[in-house]
Design a protein around this ligand. Structure first.
Ligand SMILES: C[S@@+](CC[C@H](N)C(=O)[O-])C[C@H]1O[C@@H](n2cnc3c(N)ncnc32)[C@H](O)[C@@H]1O
Length: 207
C-alpha cells in the first residue's frame, strides 16, 4: 500500500474508535465465514480495518492475527477488541506483501472488503498460499464492481479519479476467482453476498 492510501485509511480509522453493530452484509459475511471455521481455527485477518468483523470472527475461533497496513486502523482494532472483551487477537501493523516468508501455520486466512484495494491479487494469493497450513482455507468477500453499474460503482470511480479514495480496482467475479487460482489455491465455493455485487469466495490450499 502506498503512503497516500495509508494516510487515507489512517484518517478513516480516526473516525472508528468504538465497536459498531454489524450491518446486514457484514453479518452475512461473518455467518458465511463461520460455516468454514471451528473453535480450533487459527486465523489471520488481512486488512482488518477497525476490527468489528475481526472481533465477530474471533468469537468463533481459537485465535486471530489482525493485520492492517494502516497503523491507525490497528490502533482502532485494538480498541474495538478491548471494548468487546476479545482476548484472543494479536495485532500486526503491516502490508500483506511483507508476509510472504512467514511460517505456514494458519488454518484460515480471511480478507473482507479489501482485495479490490490491492494492485496484484495473484501475488497476494501466492502469499496467502504460503501462510496456510495444508488444507487451509482462504475466505474472502469482495466487491466485483465491473459486473454492474450502480450508484456505488459510479461514486467509487469518481472519488478514485479525484484521488479522494485510494486506487480501487474494478473487476468481475470471473477475474477475481482466476487470480486467486493463479496463486495456487483451489476454488471451492462462490456465493453472492450483496447487490454491489459482493462475492464470498472460499479457496483451499491443496495437500
Ligand atoms: C474497507 S477496509 C475493510 C475492513 C474490514 N476487513 C471490514 O470488512 O470491515 C479495507 C482495509 O484494508 C486495509 N488494506 C488495504 N490494502 C492492504 C494491504 N496491502 N495490506 C494490509 N492491509 C491493507 C486498509 O488499510 C483498510 O483498513
Amino acid at each position: 500500500m502506498d503512503r497516500k492510501a495509508q494516510h487515507f485509511w489512517d484518517w478513516v480509522a480516526g473516525m472508528s474508535h468504538a465497536p459498531k453493530r454489524l450491518g446486514r452484509v457484514p453479518r452475512r459475511v461473518v455467518a458465511t465465514a463461520g460455516r468454514h471455521l471451528s473453535p480450533e481455527s487459527v486465523v489471520i485477518d488481512v486488512g482488518c480495518g477497525p476490527g468489528d468483523v475481526t472481533v465477530a470472527i474471533a468469537a468463533r475461533v481459537a485465535s486471530v492475527t489482525a493485520l492492517d497496513a494502516s497503523p491507525g486502523m490497528i490502533e482502532a482494532a485494538r480498541e474495538t477488541a478491548r471494548r468487546s472483551g476479545a482476548g484472543n487477537i494479536d495485532f500486526v501493523a503491516g502490508d500483506i506483501d511483507a508476509l510472504a516468508s512467514r511460517e505456514a501455520r494458519f488454518t484460515a486466512v480471511t480478507a473482507f472488503n479489501v482485495l479490490h484495494y490491492i494492485d496484484d491479487i495473484p501475488a497476494v494469493a501466492r502469499t496467502v498460499e504460503a501462510l496456510l497450513a495444508p488444507g487451509g482455507l482462504f475466505l474472502s468477500s469482495t466487491a466485483c464492481l465491473a459486473e454492474r453499474t450502480t450508484v456505488v460503482s459510479g461514486l467509487t470511480r469518481l472519488l478514485t479519479k479525484l484521488q479522494v479514495m485510494p486506487p480501487t480496482r474494478f473487476f468481475a467475479k470471473r477475474e477475481l476467482t482466476a487470480w486467486i487460482a493463479d496463486g495456487g489455491l483451489e476454488i471451492v465455493a462462490v456465493e453472492r453476498m450483496s447487490s454491489l455485487p459482493e462475492y464470498f469466495v472460499v479457496a483451499k490450499k491443496r495437500g
